[in-house]
Design a binder for this molecule. Structure first.
Ligand code: CO
Length: 500
């Protein structure tokens, strides 16, 4: 058989699998947005049937045989060859999961999630800790059968951020900690910007309209996607021409809708910018969670919390809410939305203290997985770390180790990608400023197209062709370097807080 025919067989199988996966994603999206109360019961069954179907097609020996032959044939097309290489790696990784293990972890995570919800409600970690202990044990087993060098946590991170290693993250986070601890101290010595006006009453419909307006300005294609409401904002994609985002609107916190719109909008632009030609194949998929997060945070923080962005949008906002904002200057508004304040809740944190929330979780996870921290000691270790790094006392477990859903899902190794994303974002943006003529002038006039075009060309279109560090090197000329975030933070916040 010619390698063309073989490649077609390979894509046919992959397409069948992803068609089912994306159909499941539609059902999941519906579950989070519009499903009527009674619909949930059979929906869970339908989703489980579809995922079993996709799994069976995927792991049948046929695909493995085809890919082995394709690798031997050495495809000349570089994208085809990379697709096969990555699918081959994914396939043999997937094959390491026994059916028993998949069932066991799925049962454990359902129980863990249920008990996490209860533990949170009752502010009682002991309702959840036995599940956490079991999940840590399962994850440890998973690391063992997946295989790793140096540290079992490497095997778990690799699922979210290919190539990420404890050794390197440790070095990076030490640098981050040393820098931010000092810098945040200097900020804390200065008076806090006034921000009460962010919490006045903001009409929900007007907020929604404003959000849609911002999304259009960013270049979100509403003929290839839509926005709806959900409890927790998220992005999901069924293909590059149908990308869904959700937001939530809070009447007494204007920040919630605006920046969740911009954040999810950033994720969505990445998904809309992936190659349709490579639909379902690795080169048509997002590079990694860290790179995905770099896109959302670039828009949310670097653009969406910049003075230039609000130069373009603040008068519009003032006109919508004159009762709250007519007496607030652009500069004061800008300062208020960038206030730095150590706090308890990760998802409400500012863009500097945020990284302590991540580093704390990373340290705890790593120690749980390596066995140097007993799960029963996690609640105390958590509170100690918050005191240590952020100087805050944790009054309830709900505001402490029970705040995030991740562990109950069995997602260990996920958190670091949030910080990596922020650092990638700034490094990418720094290059964009050099390469795009009048980038910031355009942003200050509400023209985001030059930035989006650059992101499309440099990042989005490649999918998984490069791994995250390679992509960073191709785009910026070097691997991830904290120096760029450090510079950005010092410049921006020295200005806001008047630090000499
Ligand atoms: Co995100």
């Amino acid at each position: 058989m010619s390698s063309n025919d073989l490649y077609k067989q390979y894509t046919d199988i992959i397409h069948k699998v992803v068609d089912i996966d994306y159909a499941s994603a539609v059902l999941q999206w519906d579950q989070e947005t519009y499903i009527p109360e009674k619909g949930a019961e059979f929906r869970a069954q339908q989703l489980s049937t579809l995922s079993g179907l996709a799994h069976d097609i995927y792991v049948a020996p046929e695909l493995g045989t085809i890919m082995n032959e394709l690798i031997k044939a050495k495809l000349s097309d570089r994208i085809q060859s990379r697709n096969v290489e990555l699918s081959h790696k994914d396939y043999f990784r997937e094959k390491k999961y026994s059916t028993d293990f998949v069932i066991e972890i799925s049962n454990e995570t359902s129980k863990a999630f249920h008990n996490w919800v209860k533990a949170r409600e009752e502010n009682n970690p002991s309702l959840f800790l036995p599940n956490l202990e079991k999940l840590v044990e399962l994850k440890r087993r998973e690391a063992d059968f997946l295989g790793y060098e140096d540290h079992p946590y490497n095997a778990l991170m690799d699922d979210y951020e290919p190539g990420a290693k404890v050794k390197e993250i440790d070095v990076l986070f030490t640098e981050v900690r040393n820098h931010l601890k000092e810098f945040i101290k200097r900020i804390a010595a200065k008076p806090a910007p006034k921000s009460d006006f962010l919490f006045f009453k903001y009409d929900k419909q007007k907020q929604w309209d404003f959000g849609i307006d911002i999304l259009k300005q960013m270049g979100f294609d509403f003929t290839a996607g839509r926005q709806d409401i959900s409890v927790h904002p998220f992005t999901t994609s069924f293909n590059p021409k149908d990308v869904r985002i959700t937001t939530k609107v809070e009447e007494n916190d204007f920040r919630s809708m605006t920046w969740s719109c911009i954040h999810e909008g950033g994720h969505a632009l990445y998904e809309q910018g992936l190659s349709s030609e490579q639909y379902g194949l690795p080169c048509g998929e997002a590079c990694s969670l860290g790179i995905h997060e770099s896109q959302s945070r670039l828009w949310e923080n670097v653009v969406g919390r910049s003075l230039n962005f609000w130069k373009a949008n603040y008068s519009k906002l003032q006109n919508l809410f004159p009762e709250n904002l007519s007496a607030v200057s652009l500069e004061d508004f800008y300062k208020s939305i960038n206030a730095v304040k150590p706090s308890l809740i990760r998802i409400e944190a500012d863009e500097l203290t945020y990284h302590f929330h991540i580093m704390i979780r990373y340290e705890l996870e790593k120690r749980m997985i390596e066995g140097s921290l007993k799960v029963t000691d996690v609640p105390d270790a958590w509170n100690e770390a918050y005191k240590n790094y952020l100087g805050v006392d944790v009054p309830t477990y709900r505001q402490g180790m029970l705040q995030d859903v991740h562990w109950s899902h069995g997602s260990f190794g996920y958190f670091p990608t949030y910080s990596l994303g922020s650092f990638f974002a700034v490094q990418f943006y720094n290059t964009a400023k050099k390469e795009v003529f009048d980038l910031e002038k355009n942003i200050s006039e509400g023209n985001m197209k030059p930035l989006l075009d650059w992101l499309r060309e440099k990042i989005h279109k490649h999918g998984r062709y490069y791994n995250p560090q390679e992509l960073c090197e191709v785009v910026t000329g070097e691997k991830l370097n904290y120096r760029y975030f450090k510079q950005y933070a010092e410049e921006k916040y020295s200005n806001i807080y008047n630090i000499g």
